[in-house]
Design a protein around this ligand. Sequence first.
Ligand SMILES: NC(=O)c1ccc[n+]([C@@H]2O[C@H](COP(=O)([O-])OP(=O)(O)OC[C@H]3O[C@@H](n4cnc5c(N)ncnc54)[C@H](OP(=O)(O)O)[C@@H]3O)[C@@H](O)[C@H]2O)c1
Length: 336
Amino acid sequence: MRACIYEKHGGTEQLRVVDGLEAPQAGEGEVRIRVRAAALNGFDPMMLEGSTGLTVPMPMTPCGDFAGEISGLGSGVSGDWRVGQRVTANPVLPARGMMGEVAPGAAAEYVVVPQEAVIALPDAVTFEQAAALPVAYGTAIRMMRARGQVGNGEKVLILGATGGVGVAAIQLAKMAGAVVTACGRGEDKGRKLKEIGADHVIDTDKEEIFHAARTIAGKPSYDGSNDDGYDVVVNYIGGDTWAMALKLLKRHGRVLVCGATAGYDPKTDLRYIWSFEETIIGCNGWTSDDQIELLDLVARGHLDPVINKVYPLQDIKTAFDDLIGRRVFGKQVIKI
Ligand SMILES: NC(=O)c1ccc[n+]([C@@H]2O[C@H](COP(=O)([O-])OP(=O)(O)OC[C@H]3O[C@@H](n4cnc5c(N)ncnc54)[C@H](OP(=O)(O)O)[C@@H]3O)[C@@H](O)[C@H]2O)c1
């Protein structure tokens, strides 16, 4: 079997595409899938680097997201699963954890997953589209709906909006009828943010987020006597942005947080949390039902996942380098 592996933490020089690996076989209750497309997420470079605190079993194969065809069924697999069927999976495997983090990832010709994780792929959804969905779009749909309850007419500010979670959050917030301000670096990404629905764009190469966002949404008042400021700030960047973003929320505003790309222990400003009665809402993961809903939205033409580029497996290092170098808009997909 051909796969990408790394045997030690470090930079992308540790990534190797190798042939001749033993393909995994489906055990009891397991399904083997011939992977056709996989996708990278913000966590893949973090796992490679070893910066998350998780213990990564080596050798590790990156990529949690994938789609493909069933190529083998273990004993005791129930239901209507059949060899050749087009499928994807929830990459958070029961009792094993997240693929690409603590369980082998999908940048490989074959993966084996428990049958509970397998999700049927509608005919109208391509392998590449399906691979773009689980982690980024799954997390974004949970943030926008179950946790954040973003509603019609609400003003939403999304920091770091050009990555996988960001583009998904823009598309889903627009579906909910929100007015979206999206932050990203550079004119090219700014144009693309507008193309996928952002109402306002802040080019963080040229503009300081705080002043630009105040110009767009106005200065909030703690007694709620105006409608200025944001109802929701989506902030998985953390670091220096954390305290700044608290000052942009209107009274009873919400911060949605699912990550900390630029630092998990930021300086905060409690005065804004109490004066404006702000709510900080944590969001973690998604459910298989979220993934099924996303596939349905794509199949019906209501959602088109944003794919930056599709790379052949032998170029996965370039896909990583582009992600780390922030030269990406949307999802990095790997064709296997
Ligand atoms: N809890 C969960 O279930 C869950 C699931 C998925 C993701 N996450 C987290 O959500 C976050 C977003 O994930 P992602 O996959 O979309 O990609 P990501 O690699 O974190 O990038 C998102 C965007 O943030 C900007 N960015 C990158 N590094 C930055 C830095 N040091 N400072 C400020 N901005 C930076 C980049 O945009 P520009 O270059 O245009 O500024 C990039 O496109 C990550 O922290 C990830 O760990 C959590």
